[in-house]
Design a binder for this molecule. Structure first.
Ligand code: NCD
Length: 305
């Protein structure tokens, strides 16, 4: 029984295999329509979500399976004081696989230690979000035809943005990747990610406050929302929330084949005027997330199609 709590729980070969399965599902969905007949996915979400929970659920339905959904901590026994460990043990009696989102870093790992079915981390605090990374990787693969040899700019809240931490981790395992970190001083990438991921893998990176400085060099621009819910005070959030707003004029120096990604939800970071630009990939990214989650569910349930 295997869980995915961190993108490093999957080898590069396994990630490439998931991309291949996701692409196969996209080209022939009927082949997979009964792959998970009679199987149940439990989505345990202790934090708000639209895309991640609904895409997990859509993924399971499209595989012929069923879904048990807990979308609100307030309506669950967590509000009575039940621990994550007990919840995971209990839900294992009802479901074949669990997707869990939690505001506390490490909560899905605790769940995996007490569950008797695979647990997928659907976002833990400001830490990791491996299935968003799978969506991001499929998007990059589809747009660029490769995952190596790319210059990728991460812009916005690099401190609390868990999708940034997981994607940097994944990209660091592909060859010739260069990283540009664009953020205000207060929202820089945590030191542990620089040390344990970028330095350890000898990934060249620069830090800048200026979104335009490296724009002409970027193959991928990964925009992020300032993570209001992780701030200690509203004042800091209000000061920093509009640090970067991508507007068409800021793309003047960008490559014609730049790919603009965003895990969504968007607040103000990307002007809606960019949505029709062929370089905008964020709505495709949402769809790709569903196919990658289908591929991951199949893998963790050991279903071969
Ligand atoms: C992200 C998350 O939850 O970390 N959303 C998502 O799952 N697509 C990004 C965010 O909330 O800003």
């Amino acid at each position: 029984m295997r869980s995915v709590l961190d993108i490093n729980d999957l080898t590069v070969d396994e990630i490439d295999g998931l991309i291949a399965v996701a692409e196969d599902i996209m080209s022939d969905p009927d082949k997979y329509a009964h792959a998970c007949d009679r199987k149940k996915l439990a989505t345990l979400f202790f934090e708000p979500s639209t895309r991640t929970r609904l895409s997990f659920e859509a993924a399971m339905y499209e595989l012929g399976g069923h879904v048990l959904s807990m979308s609100d901590a307030a309506s669950s026994s967590a509000s009575k004081g039940e621990s994550v460990a007990d919840t995971a043990a209990v839900v294992s009696s009802y479901a074949d696989i669990i997707a869990m989102r939690h505001p506390k870093e490490g909560a899905p790992r605790v769940a995996s230690m007490h569950a008797t079915v695979p647990v997928i981390n659907a976002g833990d605090g400001g830490h990791n979000h491996p299935t968003q990374t799978l969506a991001d990787l499929l998007t990059i693969h589809k747009e660029k035809g490769r995952l190596g040899g790319l210059t990728i700019g991460f812009c916005g809240d690099l401190k609390f943005g868990r999708t940034v931490h997981s994607l940097i981790n994944a990209m660091s395992r592909y060859p010739d990747v260069r990283v540009i970190l664009i953020s205000p001083e207060e929202l820089k990438l945590p030191g542990y990610v620089k040390k344990e991921v970028l330095n350890k893998n000898k990934i060249p990176y620069v830090e800048t406050k200026d979104l335009l400085e490296f724009m002409p060099e970027l193959d991928i621009l990964y925009m992020t929302r300032v993570q209001r819910e992780r701030f200690f005070n509203e004042e800091d959030y209000l000061r920093l929330k509009d640090s970067y707003i991508l507007t068409p004029d800021k793309l003047k120096t960008a490559k014609n084949d730049l790919s603009i990604l965003h895990p969504l939800p968007r607040v103000n970071e990307i002007s809606v005027a960019i949505d029709k630009d062929p370089r905008a990939c964020y709505f495709k990214q949402v769809l790709y997330g569903k196919y990658m989650r289908m591929a991951l569910i199949l893998k963790l349930l050991g279903v071969d199609v």
